[in-house]
Ligand binder design. Structure first.
Ligand SMILES: Nc1nc2c(ncn2[C@@H]2O[C@H](COP(=O)(O)OP(=O)(O)O)[C@@H](O)[C@H]2O)c(=O)[nH]1
Ligand SMILES: [Mg+2]
Length: 140
């Protein structure tokens, strides 16, 4: 089933000049880009994206990384995009991620792990809505 999901290239990916290579992998996997923006997230936007983790011990490190520089948010569209993008991203900890995954290739540690991708249909819709208006998403 064709789905849309929200992917974010984290500040490490932008700062290290890996944007093109990570987007290449997304396109290589057969997905289309239906929306794309470069942004510097505020604390409030970051909190909204990661609100379910508010009480976790890693939350402060997570917020400080995400607000440390520019990010690129992307609406990724295609067959089973939500599940397939999770697989392409790899496990949260780059040490546990498959070597062929984005995190296994580019991730530095548990916080600085290259990419975010929504974990299910409800969050994909919610997260796309945080960053994109309906008029900003291209119809293929
Ligand atoms: N340092 C550290 N960061 C974590 C840990 N778990 C999650 N994070 C960070 O918080 C983000 C959101 O966590 P989660 O939704 O569980 O993982 P994801 O869906 O794979 O990104 C992750 O991508 C990491 O940047 C952890 O155990 N240690
Ligand atoms: Mg998550």
């Amino acid at each position: 089933m064709s789905e849309r999901t929200l992917v974010m290239l984290k500040p490490d990916t932008v700062a290290r000049g890996l944007v093109g290579r990570v987007i290449q992998r997304i396109e290589d996997r057969g997905f289309r880009i239906a929306g794309l923006k470069i942004l510097r997230l505020t604390y409030e936007q970051t909190f909204e994206l990661y609100r379910i983790h508010e009480k976790k011990p890693f939350f402060n490190d997570l917020v400080s990384h995400i607000t440390s520089g520019a990010v690129i948010v992307i609406v990724v569209e295609g067959l089973n995009a939500i599940t397939a993008m999770r697989q392409l991203a790899g496990s949260t900890n780059p040490l546990e991620a498959d070597l062929g995954s984005v995190r296994g290739t580019f991730g530095l540690n548990g916080t600085i792990n290259a990419i975010h991708t929504a974990d299910g249909l409800e969050n994909a819709k919610r997260e796309i809505g945080l960053f994109f208006g309906l008029d900003e998403i291209v119809k293929y």
